[in-house]
Design a protein. Structure first.
Ligand code: ATP
Ligand code: MG
Length: 418
């Protein structure tokens, strides 16, 4: 991608109507634009990152046997009446159609997936089934001050599993737990994301959240350093003890919930009369689990954690481009030609590169932009480097600058990052 053609530009000033760090920096660096409180547009750079996060999630979901679908975001009132959530789901956005029928914008999709699964699942032979989607959700959130951490429209991956019994749910639940840890690790949040016990509803004592430590978080958790798990403050009644080892000395931290997993049991299958026939011809209720992750919240969380005073430092798997190639304007034609040539070679090698080919922008601004945008590797081609037949290479997360022979650059970057 040529930066001269990029639709957006970086912004110098911190947007005055935005208080959260993640949104401020994502707006300044040209990843997102704010339309209204809790409502954002994903611009070319931001959409690339969002897509990479979604693709990581997809890979890990497909690897545990889940199949992707896409459900509608517009949902009729009746289905919410069935589960008694039309009046009990505070954040539901409601609207009226020309037919005077009432609708809600999808805030979650148990009400859609349950009757959908019911159309295809009849017998124990049809189970288990794992279905997910990645889609925008709508919630009339009261607090929309945390930028993309709490949107009114935001993306969610929601997986639903259907089982013959509790044991089968229990074992898939553990499989999903592991997949979630792989996802957060690949997004650069591995070491600071804790499996967190929270209240579980009627079917199980606990559900689990995946909480990432950050001062931008709106949750408080208590960590057990023995077991590397945490417990959410919201569920602690009297005494703070580790649910796994009983330890009392827990560490308090601020965190953000990047995902959660929940054993629903028959809460939703009961509402829709969703049963299957077992081996003995008996009708039994289908047992369900649900598992959410917020890709847009994840993107904001990554930014809250991976940054310095100059800008974002993207982990390589989610970076908009692996390489930011900077051409510093020179009267010597050879400089531009070498940069153009290198740009071609990166593209041929399938290494994603953002090429700052702008003629009307000075070196200082190019360096500032590169730090703000935060691609993992910066490569500079200038008169100075060309005079030595070299390119200058710097990793975004390091101060060290090294010079590499022009013809070795692509190979060098491959070895460094791939
Ligand atoms: P929270 O307690 O933070 O409001 P939640 O318990 O309502 O989250 P779920 O309804 O289970 O969350 O949604 C699944 C996932 O979707 C969450 O783990 C989170 O990653 C994401 N998510 C939920 N609400 C929002 C929001 N308003 N903006 C962005 N992401 C969200
Ligand atoms: Mg919520």
């Amino acid at each position: 991608m040529r930066q001269s053609k990029l639709f957006t530009k970086t912004i110098k000033e911190i947007p005055s109507d935005e208080t959260s760090f993640n949104a401020q920096i994502l707006i300044r660096a040209g990843f997102v634009d704010k339309l209204s409180a809790g409502i954002y547009t994903f611009l070319p750079l931001g959409l690339r990152v969002h897509k990479k996060i979604c693709d990581i999630i997809r890979e890990e979901m497909n690897a545990i046997g889940a199949q992707e679908i896409l459900m509608p975001a517009l949902t009729p009132r009746e289905i919410w009446e069935k589960t008694k959530r039309w009046n009990n789901f505070d954040a539901l956005f409601k609207l009226v159609g020309v037919d005077n029928k009432e609708y809600a914008l999808g805030a979650t999709h148990e009400e859609v997936i349950t009757p959908l699964a019911q159309k295809y699942i009849f017998s124990y032979k049809d189970l288990p089934v794992y279905i997910y989607q990645i889609q925008n959700k709508f919630r009339n959130e009261k607090r929309a001050k945390a930028g993309l951490i709490r949107g009114r429209e935001f993306s969610m991956k929601d997986l639903y599993s259907f089982h013959t019994d509790k044991n089968d749910l229990d074992s898939y639940y553990e499989v999903v737990k592991k997949a979630y840890f792989r996802i957060f690790k690949r997004c650069g949040l591995g070491d600071i994301t804790y499996l967190t016990y929270s209240s579980g509803g009627a079917f199980s004592k606990y559900s689990h959240e995946f909480q990432t430590l950050t001062k931008a978080g709106e949750d408080i958790i208590y960590i057990c350093d023995n077991c590397q798990v945490a417990i959410n403050r919201e569920i602690i009644d009297e005494q703070k003890v580790c649910p796994e080892c009983g330890r009392e000395n827990l560490r308090e931290e601020k965190s953000v919930e990047v995902g959660n997993i929940f054993k629903l049991g028959s809460r939703f299958s009961d509402s829709f009369g969703f049963k299957y026939t077992d081996e003995n011809g008996k009708q039994k209720e289908v047992i369900m689990g649900c598992y959410g992750i917020g890709p847009s919240r994840l993107m904001a969380t990554i930014v809250e954690i991976h940054n310095d005073e100059k800008g974002i430092i993207w982990p390589k798997e989610v970076a908009p481009f692996l390489v930011h190639l900077l051409y510093l304007k020179s009267a010597k034609e050879e400089v531009k030609n070498t940069a153009e040539d290198l740009y071609r070679k990166f593209n041929q090698a399938n290494i994603e590169v953002l090429f700052d080919d702008r003629e009307d922008v000075g070196a200082g601004v190019k360096f500032v932009d590169a730090d703000l945008i935060g691609c993992p590797v910066r490569i500079v081609i200038s008169e100075k480097t060309i005079n030595q037949s070299k390119a200058e290479i710097k990793k975004r997360d390091s101060k060290e600058i090294i010079l590499i022979d022009i013809e070795d650059v692509v190979e060098y970057v491959k070895e460094l990052m791939c």
